[in-house]
Write a protein of this length. Structure first.
Ligand SMILES: CC(C)(COP(=O)(O)OP(=O)(O)OC[C@H]1O[C@@H](n2cnc3c(N)ncnc32)[C@H](O)[C@@H]1OP(=O)(O)O)[C@@H](O)C(=O)NCCC(=O)NCCS
Length: 174
């Protein structure tokens, strides 16, 4: 079996080059039509500001950030949010699963998901929760990998160009 064309690691702090590389990845996903909290067009300034905010949370231990890099640079990422109410110390939210258009459909999304689940276990978490566009690429990824579908909320969010979309909530016991 051939080795993966990418490597995965957890970052415990981010430098400026990594913040800009993650901003490029986010912009690529939003331009590709992904509903990941941002509207189109996503400016570089807003994308960089978002990752600076994430970087603060990573340094503070409020988030775990995993990244994937290939020969061309940053090609995937996912986060776990640990900064939750004090009665939920056993769980995390899984957010911002992003794979660059150039590396999709090669198993990187599944690899990031497995790595995030392992990281959550290592951090003592026993329950993960996430939401995804109903019927979208992310929803198929989570269902294929054993996440339990809780239900749909129609019209929960907007796609980057403004059309309403439903959201499906999932959980996974670790
Ligand atoms: C959702 C997302 C993360 C999936 O990433 P990915 O790396 O393409 O995921 P995978 O490669 O593991 O799986 C994607 C598809 O490729 C298929 N696949 C995986 N490895 C493959 C291979 N070696 N050869 C052929 N197909 C393969 C999978 O079966 C899956 O098929 P399906 O979509 O028809 O069900 C990616 O599409 C993305 O970043 N989208 C934009 C952002 C987004 O929407 N994120 C989700 C937020 S909830």
């Amino acid at each position: 079996m051939s080795a993966s064309p990418w490597s995965l690691r957890r970052l415990h702090s981010l430098d400026d080059a990594q913040i800009h590389a993650l901003a490029d990845l986010l912009i690529d996903c939003v331009e590709g039509g992904a509903s990941v909290s941002f509207m189109h067009p996503l400016t570089r300034e807003r994308a960089v500001n978002f990752w600076r905010h994430v970087a603060q949370g990573v340094t503070a231990g409020e988030r775990a950030l995993l990244v994937a890099e290939d020969a061309q640079g940053m090609c995937g990422t996912v986060q776990l949010i640990f900064d939750l109410p004090e009665n939920q110390p056993h769980r995390a939210d899984l957010v911002k699963m992003l794979v660059h258009g150039r590396t999709r459909r090669q198993g990187l999304g599944a690899a990031l998901l497995r790595a995030a689940e392992s990281t959550a276990r290592e951090c003592g978490k026993t329950l993960l929760v996430l939401d995804a566009v109903t019927g979208g690429d992310g929803a198929r990824l989570y269902e294929r990998n054993g996440w339990v579908r809780v239900g749909d909320i129609p019209g929960y969010a907007l796609m980057p160009k403004g059309e309403p979309c439903g959201t499906t909530f999932y959980y996974r016991k670790l």
